[in-house]
Design a protein around this ligand. Structure first.
Ligand code: ZN
Length: 139
């Protein structure tokens, strides 16, 4: 379903991402192109038990926010190892050398939001606008 001012993707449960998405890595489901996002890249991720991203990577311009929503694992940044679980949120600067593994039991589920470092110019207090009309739910 799409409208003039919105787009919708149903990716299904995170436990199905490995079978849903093979691009470019199994279990990693990107949303930018699917939703037409213009200011960020977002991926939904399922990393199976024992799985890992088998290389370090950094970015040229983008910082990343890792939001962990299920399972247990470890994120490594510049040689520091951080235990992650549901509710862990980690920002990584573009130049941070990072790797990730699932050393827990069952799948590790997380969301990665990637955005140009230093690009945020306004946020809730100055960007949100209350619209003066009553809320209704009839279509
Ligand atoms: Zn990255």
């Amino acid at each position: 379903m799409n409208g003039a001012n919105f787009s919708v993707v149903e990716a299904g449960p995170f436990s199905g991402l490995l079978t849903l998405s093979k691009d470019p890595m199994p279990g990693k489901y990107f949303l930018k192109d699917r939703l037409g996002l213009t200011g960020m890249e977002v991926s939904l991720n399922q990393l199976p038990e024992g799985g890992s991203i088998p290389f370090y990577h950094a970015h040229r311009e983008n910082e990343e926010l890792y939001l962990f929503i299920g399972g247990r694992g470890q994120l490594q940044v510049d040689g520091r190892i951080i235990d992650v679980k549901e509710g862990t949120a980690i920002r990584v600067s573009p130049e941070g050398e990072r790797a990730l593994r699932n050393n827990g039991t069952g799948d590790l589920y997380f969301i990665v939001i990637q955005v140009q470092s230093g690009s945020l110019r306004q946020w809730v207090e100055s960007d949100g606008v209350i619209i003066d009309k009553p809320v209704t739910w009839q279509e």
